[in-house]
Design a protein around this ligand. Structure first.
Ligand code: MCN
Length: 786
C-alpha cells in the first residue's frame, strides 16, 4: 500500500490533544533560575543612569545585568543573516544589534537590564524595581516618519535608508510606458502585523560546569542556525560544546526563525552564574519584541496596450526594517518580494525598486509568506484596478495576460524561472467551484435584503521551498539552504529518521513517516521522526519558506534510496543472486523473474547480525545520511475567490464563501495540506479584515495586547472549498511544492477585491487593510457625502 496521497491522521496529535506536548516552558531543570527583563517604555532615549540596588536587595535576586556587562564580557551583537547590495553597489547599512541596550534604547521593548532570581515572580517584580534615568530623544515612530527623515535612528544611515535595491531592467520598462495606450497606477499599504503564536517565546540557558557543555532550550524553528549564530558569532562557544534543543514549540509562523537577544542573554547568564536560567515572554513582551511582519508602502504602475495586454510594470516600495536588522529581514522586501513581480502574468518588462528604512519600532522580519503576500497583494489589487479603469472583465483581463501551461519553464524578467504550473486550470477550477457565473443573481438577491454583496479573485504564484544554496548565496544569504536527513533502520526493521527541519504544527512527524513507510513498504507506526535537537541531526536549516517537504523530504528520500541500494546488496548475498537482478517493491527484495524474495525486516536484521555476511564488501549496519540542495525554488500557485456580504448600516462584513484552487505539486497528505491551507487562510483573512500593529507619533505601540490588536476568531472564518490541481514539481524527487504559506499569500487581495466589489455600487473604490467594519462604514458614509 502506498502512503503517498493518503489522509493519514497526525501521529503527533495524540500528545497535543491530550495536553502531553512538551514545550520549552514545561522544562524544569534542577536549580533553575529565572530571567526577567527591564524593557524600554519609550521609543528612543539615552540611558543616563541605571541603579539596580533596590532590585538586588530583594531576597532571591542573584544578579542584575546591563549592556555594560555584555561589553565587559565581549559578547557579540545579534547578527543579521542576509546582506543586500544597493543599486549603486554599496552594501546595506548594518548597525550593531546589542542584546541589551548600549546606552541608547531604540524601540519600545528594547532591553535595558536583565534580572536573575530564584523564581519567576521575584524576577519580574524585581525588574520593576530597577531604577534608571533617561533623556528622551525624538523618535522615528513609523515608516512615514522614516521617509520624511526629520529624525534619524542611526548616524550611519543619514536618511534612515538601510539600502536602496532594485531588480529588473529600467530601460525596457520606460519604453513600455512610452508606448502604452493605458497606464494604471495604484498605491497600497501592506500593514504591519504581529505574528502572535498562542505560545509565547521561551528560552532556557543551561551551562554544565562539569563537562563545559552549554545547552539552550528554545522556541525555535531552526535550532542548528541558532547554534551556529550563538556559538560562532555571539558567545564564542565551539559548536561541539553547544547544543540547541527546540522541543514542541507551538505556533511559529516565521516569528521563531530568528535569533533573538533573549536567547543570547539566558545562555550568557547561565554560563556566568552557573545556574540554568529560564525566560518566558509575557504576551505584552511578545507584542513588543517578537519580530513583526510586513509594513510596506508601495506604488505600482502598469503600462498596457489598447487591448489590455500588460507591457511593463514599475514598482516602488518603501519597507520598514524597524530599529535593528533581524536575522533574515533584508531578504524579505527584496529577493522574497521583487522576484515575484511577474506573478502569473506574461508582463515582458518589469522594474522593481525597494528602499528599506530604519525606524524606532520593533524589528520586522519574515512572517508567514514573507515578501510574497506583499507582492501578491500589490499585483492583484493593481490588476483589478486595471480591469476597472479599462472597463474590461477582470477575469478576462487575467486570462489574456496569464502565462499558459505550454510556456513552462517560464523565465520571468525578475530572475526567477518557474519550472511548471497551470494557472488557467486553477482559474477555471476556482471559477466553477465558486459559481462565478451565478454571482450577479446572488448580488441582486442580497440587494433585495438591503445587503451589499461582492466577489473578489486573486490569481497568484509564489516561490518557496527555499532554496538553492548557490542562488541564495549569490543573492546575499550568509547560509546555505540545503537540508539533511539521517535514516536509521534498527535491527528489527523499525526506523528512526533525524531531520534538520522543525515541525511546529506542520505535521512532519506524520507526513515524513509516510514518505519512509512508503519507501520501505513498512507500516507507518514503525517509523519515528526526530527533529529539533542539534545533538541528534547532522545539521539543518530548519522550517520556513514552506521548504520542509520539498527540501527536507527530498533529503529523506535520498537517504531511503541509499538504504534500498544497500539492502539490495544484502538481499543479493542472502539469495545468492546477482545484485543487478534484485528488485525492491512493497517491502520485499526479489530476484527478478523468480519467486525468491526476502523481506525488508530480514535484510535489516542481517545488516546488524552479520553472520555469513560479506564483511569485506559491505559494512554492517543500516543507516544512511543525505544532504539535499534543491536546484530551484518550487512554485505553488492558484486561484482564490472570496465572496462577502456587507451590512451598509453597520459596516459589518461576513465572508459567505471561500474557494481555493491551489497547485502544490504532488500531495503527500491531503488532510495536512487542507489544514495548512486553512491556517494560511485564517492568517490571510486576519490581515485583510482584522489585524494591524500601530505605533503612535511618540513610537508607542498602541496595539500591544489582544484588547486592541484584533485576531480573527473561529466564528469570523468561513468553511472553505479546496480544489487541488497538481503539476508535479520537476526538480525534486517527490514532485512536491510547498503549501504552508499559500493561504496567507493568495487570500488578502481576494478579500479586499471582494470588499471593494461589494462597496463599489455605493461609490467606494478603495479601502485599505484591515477593512474593519468601522472603516467600511466610514468609507460608505464618505462616499454618500460626496
Ligand atoms: N505537504 C504535503 N504535500 C505537499 C506539500 C506539503 O503533504 N505537496 C505537507 C508537508 O509534508 C508538511 C506540511 O504539508 O507536513 C507543510 O509542508 P511545507 O509546505 O513544506 O511547509 P513547512 O513544513 O516547511 O512549514 C513551513 C510553513 C511556514 S513557512 C509557516 S510560516 C507556517 C506553516 O508552514 N507556520 C505554521 N504552517 C504552520 N502551521 C502551524 N500549525 N503552525 C505554524 O507556525
Amino acid at each position: 500500500m502506498s502512503y503517498i496521497g493518503k489522509a493519514v491522521k497526525r501521529k503527533e496529535d495524540k500528545r497535543f490533544l491530550t495536553g502531553k506536548g512538551r514545550y520549552t516552558d514545561d522544562i524544569v531543570l534542577p536549580n533553575q533560575h529565572y530571567a526577567a527583563f527591564v524593557r524600554s517604555q519609550v521609543a528612543h532615549a539615552k540611558i543616563t543612569n541605571i541603579d539596580p540596588s533596590e532590585a538586588l536587595a530583594q531576597p532571591g535576586v542573584i544578579a542584575v545585568y546591563t549592556g555594560e556587562d555584555l561589553k565587559a564580557d565581549s559578547v557579540g551583537g545579534v547578527p543579521c543573516g542576509w546582506q543586500i547590495t544597493s543599486k549603486d553597489g554599496s552594501v546595506m547599512v548594518e548597525p550593531p544589534h546589542p542584546a541589551m541596550a548600549d546606552g541608547v534604547v531604540r524601540h519600545v521593548g528594547d532591553i535595558i537590564a536583565m534580572v536573575i532570581a530564584t523564581d519567576q515572580n521575584t524576577a519580574r517584580n524585581a525588574a520593576n524595581l530597577v531604577d534608571y534615568d533617561m533623556d528622551v530623544l525624538p523618535p522615528v515612530p513609523h515608516l512615514e516618519a522614516a521617509i520624511a527623515g526629520d529624525n534619524k535612528v542611526w548616524d550611519d544611515a543619514p536618511d534612515n535608508v538601510c539600502f536602496d535595491w532594485h531588480l529588473g531592467e529600467k530601460e525596457p520598462v520606460d519604453a513600455a510606458f512610452a508606448n502604452a495606450a493605458h497606464v494604471v497606477e495604484l498605491t497600497v499599504r501592506n500593514q504591519r502585523l504581529v505574528p502572535n503564536a498562542m505560545e509565547p517565546r521561551c528560552s532556557i540557558g543551561h551551562y554544565d560546569v562539569a563537562t563545559d557543555h552549554t545547552t539552550l532550550y528554545t522556541t525555535s524553528q531552526n535550532p542548528h542556525l541558532i547554534r551556529l549564530l550563538l556559538g560562532a558569532f555571539v558567545l564564542g562557544i565551539p559548536e561541539h560544546k553547544l547544543r540547541v534543543v527546540a522541543p514542541d514549540v507551538g505556533g511559529g509562523f516565521g516569528s521563531k526563525i530568528f535569533h533573538y537577544a533573549e536567547e543570547v542573554l539566558v545562555t550568557w547568564a547561565s554560563r556566568r552564574d552557573q545556574v540554568p536560567v529560564k525566560w518566558t515572554a509575557t504576551r505584552t513582551e511578545a507584542f513588543q519584541s517578537d519580530a513583526h511582519g510586513r509594513d510596506h508602502i508601495s506604488t505600482a504602475r502598469m503600462a498596457m496596450d489598447a487591448e489590455g495586454h500588460f507591457l511593463g510594470l514599475h514598482i516602488q516600495t518603501a519597507a520598514n526594517m524597524g530599529a535593528y536588522l533581524s536575522t533574515f529581514a533584508p531578504a524579505v522586501p527584496t529577493w522574497l518580494y521583487g522576484t515575484l513581480a511577474a506573478g502569473v502574468y506574461k508582463t515582458p518588462a518589469i522594474y522593481v525598486e525597494t528602499k528599506a528604512y530604519f525606524s524606532h519600532t520593533a524589528p520586522v522580519d519574515a512572517y508567514r509568506g514573507a515578501g510574497r503576500p506583499e507582492m501578491t497583494y500589490l499585483i492583484e489589487r493593481l490588476v483589478e484596478q486595471c480591469a476597472r479603469e479599462l472597463n474590461m472583465d477582470r477575469v478576462e483581463l487575467r486570462r489574456k495576460n496569464m502565462i499558459t501551461a505550454d510556456m513552462f519553464p517560464y523565465q520571468t524578467p525578475v530572475a526567477l524561472e518557474y519550472d511548471i504550473g497551470d494557472f488557467h486550470a486553477c482559474l477555471n477550477a476556482g471559477l466553477a467551484e465558486a459559481d462565478w457565473a451565478g454571482f450577479e443573481a446572488r448580488r441582486a438577491e442580497a440587494a433585495s435584503r438591503g445587503k451589499l454583496r461582492g466577489i473578489g479573485i486573486s490569481t497568484y504564484v509564489e516561490a518557496c521551498g527555499i532554496a538553492p544554496s548557490a542562488l541564495v548565496g549569490a543573492l546575499g544569504a550568509r547560509a546555505g539552504l540545503y537540508e539533511s536527513a539521517t535514516v536509521r533502520v534498527h535491527p528489527t526493521g523499525s526506523v528512526t529518521v533525524f531531520t534538520g527541519t522543525h515541525s511546529h504544527g506542520q505535521g512532519h512527524e506524520t507526513a515524513f513517516a509516510q514518505l519512509v513507510a512508503d519507501a520501505f513498504g513498512i507500516d507507518i507506526d514503525a517509523v519515528e521522526i526526530d527533529h529539533g535537537d542539534t545533538s541528534n541531526s547532522a545539521f539543518g536549516m530548519g522550517t520556513y519558506g514552506s521548504r520542509s517537504l520539498s527540501v527536507g523530504g527530498s533529503a529523506i528520500r535520498k537517504a531511503t534510496d541509499k538504504i534500498v541500494n544497500k539492502g539490495k546488496k544484502i538481499a543479493a548475498h542472502l539469495m545468492e543472486a546477482d545484485e543487478a537482478d534484485i528488485e525492491f517493491a512493497d517491502g520485499n527484495f526479489t530476484v527478478k523473474g523468480t519467486d525468491k524474495s526476502v523481506a525488508f525486516g530480514q535484510v535489516a536484521l542481517t545488516a546488524y547480525v552479520p553472520h555469513n555476511y560479506p564483511i569485506e564488501e559491505l559494512e554492517p549496519g543500516l543507516e544512511e545520511s543525505a544532504f539535499y540542495d534543491p536546484k530551484n525554488f518550487t512554485f505553488p500557485g492558484g486561484t482564490h475567490i472570496i465572496e462577502v456580504e456587507v451590512d451598509p448600516d453597520t459596516g459589518m462584513l461576513e465572508i459567505i464563501q471561500a474557494v481555493v484552487a491551489d497547485d502544490v505539486g504532488t500531495v503527500v497528505n491531503p488532510m495536512i495540506v487542507e489544514g495548512q491551507i486553512h491556517g494560511g487562510l485564517a492568517q490571510g483573512i486576519g490581515q485583510a479584515l482584522f489585524e494591524g500593529a500601530q505605533y503612535d507619533d511618540d513610537g508607542q505601540l498602541v496595539t500591544s495586547s489582544f484588547m486592541n490588536y484584533t485576531m480573527p476568531r473561529a466564528a469570523d472564518l468561513p468553511f472553505f472549498k479546496a480544489g487541488i490541481h497538481v503539476t508535479p514539481c520537476t526538480h525534486n524527487p517527490l514532485g512536491a511544492k510547498g503549501v504552508g504559506e499559500v493561504g496567507s499569500i493568495g487570500v488578502p487581495p481576494a478579500v479586499i477585491n471582494a470588499v471593494i466589489d461589494a462597496l463599489r455600487p455605493r461609490g467606494v473604490t478603495d479601502i485599505s487593510m484591515p477593512a474593519t467594519p468601522h472603516k467600511i462604514w466610514q468609507a460608505l458614509n464618505a462616499a454618500a457625502a460626496k
